[in-house]
Write a protein that binds this ligand. Structure first.
Ligand SMILES: Cc1ncc(COP(=O)(O)O)c(C=O)c1O
Length: 433
């Protein structure tokens, strides 16, 4: 295993997050074609934990964090991980040690972040529609800042905070920039439910000025997810800067501009154009016009990546339950699907599918489905023609928005999540019954 490890690390270092001949970033094969995840054979993990199994490769997470920190730290930019992409207590503990902050969008996420060791000053509380409990958590100081999504949030929080300790608030804006991504994950523009539009700013400014317990800290705009072009991300930041000037004209100084996440992740090896250069994206957004903790003349820019930190780290292993030979293709049904990964059904997301063991067997067009009582298509793939019940398939790039979006549809158990690292493995989340 030791030699394989040297090879594995050389591989992750050299390829970063690029696909290599159809192999997902971080995936390796041993001499007989068996898939290795974090240096451990996929079939060994599947036997130990059962399937479906989400395998999270810690080395890949660390590489992603390094990549953000090496671009952001020299500029004094803050990085706050968006917990909605993937969260559990063990992972929160790992992140807590990395120096990242975290944004949470419910009391549930807040509790997990706290259990992983996150102190309030490193937590930001989000949410498109806030419960009373969430606003009360902000007033109680469980999160260092709360992002208010509109006038209603602002007025309700002002009522709750009245006469008490100051609550740091960030206002979420709808910057209206044009973003080329699926409409389900586009969060600015005409149809977006999020944030304040410019016409609501005067009321928001008045509400903040009238309530001393609301401490204005800055503005926020997350434009959407799976964004692959730096210019769109930069346009969103430019709109935030323009809004900061409008607020400053009323004496409300932005110390922080939160530009959201949205850094696209290449999940399809046939689309090299989706390989976003994170450093270039951050440079385009900041253009060196940033403040820092020590010299805050300009606002400090902050990013909230979720997907780009965890997506490539995750691989889901499924066992094949049935294979049907059809004239044009094979149809394969696996022991999971839309309940543990709703992304293909929800917004046509692509996940590359590979066999756990690569052989010299000829390939055949294969349509992979889950086992839900729906046509829960996972992907079209070229897979060995002799696949049979009991064989394992690996679905790539499943670290983000799969387990965190999973449901109990058909009363299927939610999958186990296991972390792999340097040839060791540990359970992060047990399967539900
Ligand atoms: C407010 C906010 N910030 C950050 C993110 C993270 O986006 P991504 O995972 O695309 O980086 C999201 C995702 O929905 C979000 O809603």
């Amino acid at each position: 295993m030791q030699e394989e490890w040297a090879e594995y690390y050389a591989h992750t270092r050299s390829t970063m997050f690029s696909w290599n001949n159809g192999s997902a970033p971080g995936h390796l094969r041993d001499a007989v074609g068996r898939l290795l995840l974090g240096g451990i054979r996929a079939d060994v993990l599947a036997s130990a934990y059962g399937t479906p199994l989400v395998v999270m490769d810690i080395a890949m997470i660390q590489r992603a964090i390094d990549m953000f920190q090496s671009s952001c730290d020299p500029l004094g930019l803050r990085i706050s991980y968006a917990a909605k992409a993937f969260l559990c207590a063990e992972f929160a503990r790992l992140l807590s040690g990395s120096g990242l902050a975290m944004d949470v969008c419910s009391l549930g996420e807040l509790r997990v972040a706290e259990s992983g060791g996150f102190r309030p000053e490193r937590l930001t509380l989000h949410g498109a529609g806030k419960t009373d409990g969430e606003l009360e958590a902000a007033v109680a100081g469980r999160a260092g800042r709360i992002v208010l999504d509109g006038l209603s949030d602002l007025r309700r929080l002002a009522e709750l905070a009245k006469g008490g300790r100051a609550v740091s608030i960030i206002l979420r804006l709808n910057t209206g920039v044009s973003i080329d991504t699926h409409s389900h994950v586009r969060t600015v523009g005409g149809d977006a439910k999020f944030g304040l539009v410019p016409g609501e700013e005067p009321d928001a400014i008045a509400a903040i000025q009238n309530e001393p317990a609301l401490k204005f800290a800055g503005l926020h705009a997350h434009a959407g997810s799976q964004i692959f072009d730096c210019a769109s991300l930069a346009a969103n930041v430019a709109q935030l800067r323009a809004a900061a000037d409008r607020f400053a004209a009323h004496g409300l100084i932005c110390r922080t501009l939160i530009a959201g996440g949205g850094f696209g992740v290449q999940s399809d090896p046939r689309r090299p154009q989706d390989a976003l250069d994170i450093g270039a994206a951050i440079a385009a957004c900041t253009d060196n016009a940033v403040g820092s903790e020590s010299a805050p003349a300009l606002p400090i820019i902050e990013f909230e990546p979720g997907r780009a930190i965890v997506a490539h780290a995750g691989t889901t292993l499924y066992e094949i339950l049935a294979v049907k030979w059809r004239p044009s293709r094979n149809v394969v049904i696996v022991d999971g699907g839309m309940a543990d990964n709703p992304r293909p059904a929800m917004y046509g997301a692509y996940h590359h599918v590979v066999p756990a063991v690569e052989t010299s067997e000829a390939l055949r067009a294969t349509r992979v489905f889950g086992r839900a009582c729906e046509q829960d298509f996972i992907a079209d793939s070229m897979l060995p023609r002799n696949l049979e019940r009991g064989d394992l398939l690996a679905v790539c790039t499943t670290g983000a928005y799969t387990h965190s979006m999973s449901s109990r549809y058909n009363r299927f158990p939610s999958p186990t999540v296991v972390a792999v690292h340097e040839g060791t493995h540990a359970m992060w989340i047990p399967a539900s019954d």
